[in-house]
Design a protein around this ligand. Sequence first.
Ligand code: NAP
Length: 492
Amino acid sequence: MTTYRSFIGGKWIDSTSGRTVPNVNPANRNDIIGTAQLCTRDEARSAVEAAYNAFKGWKNTPAPVRGRIVAKMARLMGEHKEELAQILTREEGKTIAESRGEVQRATNVVEFCAGESRRLTGETIPSELPANFAYTIKEPHGVVALITPWNFPVAIPAWKLAPALVAGNTVVFKPASNTPGTAVRLTELFIEAGIPEGVLNLVLGSGSEAGDEIVNHPAVRAISFTGSTETGLRLYEQIARRGIPFQAEMGGKNPVVVLEDCDMDLAVEHTAQGAFGSTGQRCTATSRAVVMDTIADKFVEKIVARAKSFTLGDGSDAANEIGPSVDESQFNTVLKYIDIGREDGATLLCGGKKAAGDGLENGYFVEPTVFDHVTPDMRIAREEIFGPVLSVLRVKDFDEAMTVANDCEYGLSSSVFSNDANDIYRFIDEIESGMTHVNSPTTGGEAHIPFGGIKSTGIGAREQGSTSLDFYTELKVVYVDYTGRKREGNLY
Ligand code: NAP
């Protein structure tokens, strides 16, 4: 059994807290993968101090040299793809195909950011004064805290670590408590890639203690968070008092809008993949299907058949298509929402309970679940469930579809199924989400394309792609006067 430790100031440390949490395989509770030592507040503080002490040296390291280390990290991730995918499946539960996809996406992002190290350019701006010019420089903030969730424990740390480091920041990385294995392995690979002492610090510990200590430490100059809206907004309040930059990607309640002229089989398949793939534990998962009344019976019949056709089981067996909920708490949350759906009067068409069968008894498996006749006021239409549960909302026309799709506090992703160009472009104009898809699932994204949401989903600069370094850099504006004379006239 592995012991997971924190990495602070270039050393793996044994925590003095004496507190540990087991890393449990959610497909089989009897498989205890390892034990994570939880940091004390003092140890979390020492991680910030180590990052603070390393900042000057890292900032003064030329960006392309920093980029070379990040490029080596991308190569190492490629070489260790299968190993990372196996760790990911065992501790988080997603299927091995999904894990391989996540590791590949993470590797692509790291590779992309390494290239950005040669493009940390500013602007030169002609002055309105003779013999003067102005230019801008991109500079790192200093120590940045990166707080990440369990559902993409390779990709999300990667898409924060790579741009933060390329930009010249030093990092305190606090992963979710239930995915320490992937966090430790990523850190080990960064060490192998040559990251200098103190530049990257990994803190294993609870959010309420170690996390709280990190985000409130005055030496932390920017915080990038991905997780629930509840935690993110709480952190935003605390951080606002200190006036430092905050970036947050939070919950989702992503709709598909299924119009009359769609390719029905395509709409059903992509809705099912979006709703039940990764056990519904993607921030971009499809959780609402807004369907035209005239085609709703057909849609519902087909989506139920598809939901029942998935094979559930341990994700390490490539034959299984859907893994478990990540832990007991998430499993209970999903079952609780299924009860709420029933109590609120939605029609349960399939699923709705713990999955039974060979190999499922010791895991947190929930049957893919479809509710019909869900109305916009019901909690299962409004709140993030984060499990394999789809709510079907029937509407009479396009206008009602848009009203229903937008009647939600979140705004991460969405998609439309239609073959009518006018309706598709109206949808793109009117949908309130940071990302939208046409005739494809609400899920997915590419390393070189910005990612993120609006409304209660996203705060601050977008992650990934052309915007990936925006959050991690400050702009310094420089005015150069080469007249050698006292300036005449008005100065503004
Ligand atoms: P969470 O409970 O909010 O936790 C996220 C991270 O915050 C964890 O590392 C957690 O540590 C830490 N944390 C909790 N309280 C803290 C505090 N007071 N100070 C500092 N850190 C604190 O979210 P989760 O359950 O891990 O992740 C699922 C959520 O993430 C879903 O809502 C999902 O939609 C969202 N998500 C959004 C995106 C996106 O791009 N929009 C992507 C992926 C996931 P502990 O684990 O120790 O509690």
